[in-house]
Every structure is written in structure tokens, then in C-alpha cells.
Design a protein around this ligand. Structure first.
Ligand code: 7PJ
Length: 436
């Protein structure tokens, strides 16, 4: 009773949920309630109290839709007023229908893949808010040809980047979906408890390679909201044996870190990708990657892990995230990192509520206009729980559904906990898409 009261109190005071673990809440005052750690354990144990805890927690964030842009006809778009625009390839086709549309000029390949887009949604910022105009590709191309020079060049280059093939990333061709297995060498990550035990992390990595992982993403710091900060020395200590042991085994090694010194060390131990939830914004990160020949994942995060789930705000999440990632790509290029060394990631759950995550996933193909591969990490995150009511342990089916949706929108890399299951789902999805 006392505990339920405690949970109710927490639920009433809370406004957001961690992106990863349903059972962790931040309060309006920005701290993690102690009672929640116990509640989390109870959720894992799946006793009766934990079920009601989950129900309480799921009520904390309503499943509301993100504000939609105002729909207008393409001809109504006042070019003088729109300050910036982005194209979202849509009307996506697969199989022989895709080939036919491509042959007739009614469609273009999405990022060089077998999926073809036949419609374009033009999103524009105007003083009155964001507007969206949807048009068939040919009509859109005709309209583009009538635009003044600079605008035309901008739109044409976005269209070209959305359709051209991606360069290989860290030696992996992106002409088929790639799977990145998640290995957290941390005592406090939200899922897959290898803890901080290197031997268990190495064994998990070996099993992921056997299951067909192309990339292993090894992290020594939890970026979940409220997670304890980890010193550089501790992060290095956790990562070194795992990176060194797994690097020679065939999968490309990625290091999930925000610290430049950790990036440099992991690269010297054999890692080839830096996965940075801060998109190389930390001190020395850009320079460290530029000095190496490493590749990097640029992820969008609004705010800082400790507080990012407290009232995140966007004009339109997909547009704001695309603008941010474009700026980070430009910063990388300026620092000497060529675009083929980069993939972008919208950062599901990092300073985003459920509605933001769903809008981002629905408009994922917008990111193809940046010209880099797109990586998606939705595996077992709280949005899956919110849509399905499933606990952390039960979220594999929902994770697979979200992964396949991301593939249908052109994502090239899936960051997942469940490599074998994802691999099977991807193989079946690809077979079906090519089938007719
Ligand atoms: C992500 C990540 C993600 C990238 C985490 C978890 C939570 N890195 N690190 N993208 N999420 N690039 O392990 O699911 O979505 S931490």
C-alpha cells in the first residue's frame, strides 16, 4: 500500500519517461525518485505490484499526435515567404512496380535502393508555421524547374541526394540493410544485463557475430536519463578488454562514447566507428575523428541525458532534427571529415516524447536528403512499450515491427539488441519487397 502510494505520487509528479526503460521516471524537479529503482526491479520480476506500477507509468505520457504541418497545394507555396524547405521522398514502391515507375520516370530510387519514391512532400518554414505540399514526382520536378536559381539548385541537390546510392560506410556497402548489435559494458543500462563484466560482454559480442551482426556497438557509459556519470578512466577500463577481444573477430567495431579521449583509445584498440549521441559536439571530438580514418554516427539529442525528457519541444521534430544533422555534417566537413565517413541518426527517445518519435519515424526518409546513410535505434525503447503496453522483456515483436518500418523508409543500419531475430525479419522483409 505504502509502495503503491509512493508510485502514485511519483506518477503525479512526473511528466516524462526515460527513452529506454518504462520504469524510470524523472520528476518535474529533474531527479530520479529513489522508489523507482525498486519499482524497476519489481517490474522486472513481473509481480502484481509491478503491473500496476507499469500501468501508472504508462499514464504519465499520453499518446497524443504531434502537431501536423498545414497542408497546401504546391502552387500555393509562396517562395518569397518560405525561408527553408526540405523534401521528403514518399509514395514508396518495391519490386517490379518500383522498376516500372523508375523506367517510366515516375519514380526515383530512394538512396540508390530497390525502393522507389513517386511522390514528394515539400516541407517549408513560413512566418505562419510549417506548411507541407504533396505532389507526384514529375509535377514536382516541373515546378522545381520554374523556381529561381538558388532555390532550384537547393531543391535539385536535395532530390539528387535523396536518390543517389550511398557510399560504403566503414567498409560496409549500404546496398543492403546492416545490423549493429548493442553491447553495453555498464552496470546500469536499461536492457541486456552483461553488467560491467568484460567476459560476458565479449561472449555476447561473439554470439552476435555468429548471429550475423555487421557492426558491434560497444558502450561503457549509460546515456539513459539520470544515469550516473562515468569517469574517463572507468569508461576506458570497461571498454579496453572488450574492444580488443572483439575487434579481430570480423564485425566492424563501433564505440558508443561522448568523450574524445575514449574515442581515440578505442580507435587505437581496433574500433572503426565512433557512435556519439552528442554528434561530435564534445570538446576535441571532431578533431579526434578528423585525425583518424574512422567513421562516425552523428545522433541528434535535445538537451542532456539527465534532463532531456523534461518537456522536449520542436517546431516539427523531423524538420528540426534534419536541420541539426545537416549543420553537424557541415561541421564535420569543415573539420576534414568527408561525408562518406558519416551516417546520421534521429536519436529516438533522446529529448523526444512518443509523439515526436512517431513523427520522426513517419518522416524518416526526409533524412535521406542529407546524402548520408541513416541509422535507427528503436530497439526495446519506451515508444515500443507505449504503443503496445509491453514490458521491456516483451518488446522484441514491437522492436522488429519498428525496424521493418524504418527499412521501408530507407534506413540503412539498424541498432538492435536482438541480432538473430532482426536478421531473420530483415531477410523476410527483403524477400517480400523483391517478390512481385
Ligand atoms: C542510441 C544510441 C540510438 C545511437 C543509445 C539504447 C539507449 N546510439 N545509444 N542511436 N541509443 N546512435 O541502448 O537503446 O538510438 S542508448
Amino acid at each position: 500500500m505504502a509502495r503503491n502510494f509512493e508510485l502514485a505520487k511519483i506518477a503525479n509528479n512526473s511528466n516524462e519517461i526515460c527513452p529506454c526503460d518504462d520504469a524510470i521516471a524523472t520528476t518535474r524537479h529533474g531527479f530520479i525518485c529513489d522508489g523507482f529503482w525498486e519499482a524497476r526491479e519489481r517490474t522486472r520480476n513481473r509481480d502484481l505490484a509491478s503491473t500496476s506500477a507499469l500501468a501508472l507509468m504508462q499514464r504519465m505520457e499520453p499518446l497524443s499526435a504531434a502537431p501536423a504541418p498545414t497542408s497546401i497545394a504546391l502552387d500555393q507555396l509562396d517562395r518569397g515567404i518560405a525561408s527553408a524547405w526540405r523534401l521528403r521522398p514518399t509514395g514508396l514502391l518495391t519490386g517490379s512496380t518500383a522498376i516500372a515507375a523508375s523506367t517510366s520516370g515516375d519514380g526515383l530510387p530512394l538512396a540508390g535502393s530497390a525502393t522507389v519514391f513517386t511522390l514528394v512532400e515539400l516541407l517549408a518554414r513560413t512566418p505562419g508555421g510549417i506548411v507541407a505540399a504533396l505532389a507526384p514526382l514529375r509535377r514536382f520536378q516541373n515546378w522545381t524547374a520554374q523556381q529561381p536559381g538558388a532555390a532550384r539548385q537547393d531543391i535539385e541537390s536535395q532530390l539528387r541526394r535523396s536518390s543517389e546510392s550511398r557510399a560504403p560506410f566503414a567498409g560496409l556497402s549500404l546496398d543492403r540493410p546492416r545490423i549493429m548489435g548493442i553491447i553495453n559494458v555498464t552496470p546500469d543500462s536499461f536492457y541486456t544485463g552483461t553488467g560491467a563484466d568484460p567476459a560476458k560482454a565479449i561472449a555476447l559480442g561473439q554470439s552476435m557475430i555468429e548471429a550475423g551482426a555487421d557492426i558491434l556497438d560497444i558502450g561503457g557509459e549509460s546515456t539513459r536519463p539520470g544515469a550516473a556519470a562515468v569517469s574517463e578512466a572507468e569508461e576506458l577500463r570497461r571498454l579496453e578488454p572488450v574492444v580488443r577481444a572483439l575487434a579481430p573477430l570480423g564485425a566492424v567495431i563501433s564505440v558508443d562514447t561522448r568523450k574524445a579521449a575514449v574515442m581515440a583509445a578505442a580507435l587505437s584498440w581496433g574500433a572503426r566507428i565512433v557512435n556519439d549521441v552528442a554528434a561530435l559536439e564534445g570538446p576535441g571530438s571532431l578533431e579526434t575523428v578528423a585525425r583518424s580514418d574512422a567513421s562516425a554516427v552523428l545522433m541528434h539529442m535535445q538537451g542532456e541525458p539527465a534532463t532531456m525528457q523534461q518537456g522536449p519541444r520542436y517546431d516539427l521534430a523531423s524538420l528540426d532534427v534534419a536541420d541539426y544533422l545537416e549543420a553537424r555534417i557541415a561541421a564535420c566537413i569543415a573539420a576534414g571529415i568527408a561525408p562518406h565517413r558519416l551516417v546520421v541518426d534521429p536519436g529516438f527517445g533522446f529529448g523526444k516524447n512518443v509523439a515526436h518519435n512517431l513523427e520522426l519515424l513517419g518522416r524518416l526518409s526526409l533524412l535521406q536528403g542529407l546524402g548520408c546513410g541513416v541509422l535507427v535505434g528503436l530497439s526495446r525503447k519506451s515508444t515500443i512499450g507505449r504503443l503496445s503496453g509491453a514490458s521491456l522483456e516483451e518488446r522484441l515483436p514491437g522492436s522488429l515491427a519498428s525496424a521493418l518500418y524504418a527499412l521501408s523508409q530507407g534506413a540503412q543500419i539498424l541498432r538492435v539488441h536482438d541480432v538473430a531475430e532482426t536478421r531473420q525479419a530483415v531477410a523476410v522483409w527483403r524477400g517480400i519487397a523483391a517478390g512481385a
